[in-house]
Design a protein around this ligand. Structure first.
Ligand SMILES: [Zn+2]
Length: 697
């Protein structure tokens, strides 16, 4: 999903007023309150990451391990869907039947099956986040459910409740369902699904797509009048059952996103003749639903980077925009995806171009939009082509056979092979094909592994598109201005419940974290490691611990201290130069860290143009003839002191300026105290230091 959030937030940044002085306090008789002094209390630096019961269980079972790769016993369920859906534009309703083949690849028998019924968020009385539907509906109305051929009595109350004792452990199991009016429902089974076996669910349902002018939040408006429909999360689906927590029972609140099974989708969509349908997967029956003209034009899409019109705005109605017929059934198949979205309109223009995927060759990019919104799609083809080609090189080749941009009320949302986006969010939404469409992260809990990584890769893509070098400086440092805001949840707090700073937690903070990581190991190393991570976890479901341990392994460093402070806390570094003294050829720089998060010590040393030869130092590299960059590892803080004396001995050449964290990578509330110069003038504020202006370490 796309949100307009500046990468560097200035949320409640501490404002330092020049010349501000604390007002004198009148002498008081009672003893002074005990204020903790950062000088007298050693700083205990945590150097491991918390392991929750769920990840410990996975380690014990061998499904995951400290290598950060899938463990020898890794498993995941697969859910294959065969869906028949019929759109009735007059009533704004989809009526559908589906068969779900659930492959229980787990070593456990399933005594229940949890269903996700996201469209129940449109009912008036279910819990919601900040999302408000454009229209309240009756939600997802499930009219029939059967499991392995046995019908569920939808009117019966389930006997007992899970974990509540019910009528006693010896009562016979009965097939029953509860929660059909909620976003999460539960089928309790009379016969469990055995480990390593398969179950078949047959479900019939209908749902009205909400429209109108008042929706707030993505996916809350799914149609324009009765002429354009953009159905998402539109069919009952099986929730995730995984090795970490068993069934995922997180309710759907609107803003945070999904955690879905991979599987094969075979979908038939029945719409009026003349309506163009786009969707996840590959159209199987072009000869039944398209005109000969459209099929001939489609055959030329992969020949060049030109944007080709498949169905023009002057081609409207059955026999002109589509094959003839009162109703047409469009048949799509997608082999391995974690969702299925589509759109249909009687007015769509259909254009297409191509992207050339490294190691794979050209694939089509389709665009369907209303004729009067053509300007919003004028550059969509080239932008999407660049995104698919760039991200293929950055992480791993785009794995799907096509990508489609769909016009409609939801403009900034992603599904496998489908982005509900015009050119404005095309780069960001195309990037989601890697996260979470390939790497199936649990977005409901860990949105940063999806939206956060996406924000980071968008910076790289933007720079590449402009032919410039991406500038990740300053991002890490900027977090120092947000740190301390009581509204900020740590990144490991469930995104579904992240509150008013959900956008910062889920989207904006990750590029800041990865900026600091690049400041420690180098941006190229970060990107190489994440490319390997993408490949290793493609079409699987990594947890944050898998990511953390994978990155430690790939980067060859124990960075658990780094992950702990960024992911589990809202702390920052707040470094400064506390003093500089020179004796003979040696200069001692006293560096201080007031925050709880440690960082390596990086100093940029500027020498005078004249003087004794500059001698080499082991931890220094010369940037140019008169500039050296020195690094001490984070370990210098592990003794608990907040002060570190960095000793420079370059042979006596006078030093004119010393800058702490010259790349602006480490969270700092006030970068103005990071610069020392030999003029004797103390740094006076962020604007005065060359550091704040330059950030080029
Ligand atoms: Zn997004």
């Amino acid at each position: 999903m796309f949100r307009r959030i500046a990468l560097v937030l200035t949320l409640s940044g501490a404002v330092v007023l020049p010349g501000f002085q604390r007002a004198p306090v009148a002498a008081q008789a009672r003893p002074a309150a005990i204020a903790p002094s950062v000088d007298s209390i050693p700083r205990a630096i945590r150097r491991d990451v918390p392991l929750t019961n769920s990840i410990r269980r996975a380690f014990d079972a061998g499904t995951r391990d400290y290598s950060g790769r899938p463990g020898p016993n890794y498993w995941q369920l697969q859910a294959d869907y065969s869906i028949n859906a019929r759109l009735d534009p007059a009533t704004h309703t989809i009526t559908g039947t589906e068969t779900i083949t659930l492959h229980n690849n787990s070593p456990e028998e399933l005594t229940e099956i949890v269903l996700r019924l996201d469209h129940n968020i449109y009912r008036g009385l279910v819990p919601r986040g900040f999302s408000v539907p454009a229209e309240n509906t009756d939600g997802m109305i499930v009219t029939a459910v059967s499991v392995n051929g046995e019908a569920v009595d939808l009117a019966a109350r389930p006997a007992g409740g899970r974990g509540r004792g019910g009528r006693g452990g010896n009562a016979p199991r009965t097939l029953a369902v509860s929660g059909l009016d909620q976003t999460v429902a539960r089928i309790s089974l009379s016969t469990p699904v055995a480990a390593k076996s398969t179950a078949k669910l047959d479900i019939a349902w209908r749902t009205k797509l909400p429209g109108g002018p008042n929706g707030r939040g993505h996916r809350m408006t799914q149609r324009w009048d009765d002429t354009l429909f953009q159905p998402t999360q539109w069919f009952p689906r099986v929730a995730k059952f995984d090795d970490l927590r068993g069934w995922d029972r997180s309710v759907y609140l609107g803003p945070a996103e999904f955690y879905n099974n991979f599987g094969r989708f075979d979908v038939r969509i029945d719409v009026p003749g003349g309506w163009i349908v786009s969707g996840t997967g590959v159209l199987q029956n072009a000869q039944d639903v398209l005109t000969a003209n459209a099929r001939e034009r489609l055959a030329r899409v992969l020949d060049s980077d030109d944007v080709i019109t498949i169905v023009g705005e002057d081609e409207v109605g059955p026999g002109r925009s589509t094959a003839a017929g009162e109703r047409l059934v469009w048949h799509f198949v997608a082999d391995m995806v974690n969702d299925f979205a589509w759109a249909a309109s009687k007015n769509y223009v259909w254009r297409a171009t191509r992207a050339t995927i490294p190691g794979k060759g050209p694939i089509p990019i389709h665009m369907v939009h209303l004729p009067d919104r053509a300007r919003l799609f004028a550059n969509a083809g080239p932008i999407t082509r660049h995104a698919l080609e760039f991200y293929s090189r950055l992480w791993s080749p785009y794995p799907f056979p096509q990508l489609t941009l769909q016009d409609g009320p939801s403009a900034g949302m992603e599904y496998p092979m489908v982005i509900n986006s015009n050119q404005g969010a095309a780069d960001h939404e195309a990037a989601h094909q890697w996260w979470p469409m390939m790497v199936g992260t649990n977005e409901t809990l860990y949105g940063w592994m999806d939206e956060g990584f996406n924000q980071y890769m968008n910076i790289l893509s933007d720079a590449d598109a402009e032919g410039t070098v991406p500038n990740l400086n300053r991002l890490g440092q900027s977090y120092g201005r947000t740190s301390g805001n009581e509204d900020e949840p740590p990144m490991m707090w469930a995104a579904n419940h992240a509150g008013s700073m959900y956008g910062f937690q889920t989207y904006s903070k990750t590029p800041l974290m990865l900026s600091m990581l690049g400041g420690i190991v180098g941006d190229d190393a970060v990107q190489r490691a994440m490319s390997e991570y993408t490949k290793v976890w493609s079409f699987k479901h990594p947890s944050p611990w898998d990511y953390i341990f994978f990155m430690n392994d790939a980067l060859g460093q124990d960075l658990n201290w780094f992950w702990y402070y960024w992911l589990w806390t809202t702390e920052s570094v707040n470094g400064s130069i506390a003093g500089v003294s020179t004796a003979g050829s040696r200069t001692t720089v006293t560096v201080r860290q007031d925050g709880q998060m440690p960082s390596p010590v990086v100093l940029k040393v500027q020498f005078a143009a004249e003087g004794p030869a500059i001698e080499p130092m082991a931890n220094a590299k010369m940037v140019d003839d008169t500039t050296a960059l020195l690094t001490w590892p984070v370990d210098v803080w592990f003794n608990g002191s907040r002060m570190f004396d960095a000793t420079l001995d370059f042979g006596g050449r006078p030093i004119t300026t010393i800058t702490l964290d010259p790349g602006c990578r480490f969270p700092d509330r006030d970068p103005g105290d990071n610069v020392w110069s030999d003029t004797g003038a103390a740094p006076t504020g962020p604007a005065s230091g060359t550091n704040a202006a330059a950030c080029a370490g």
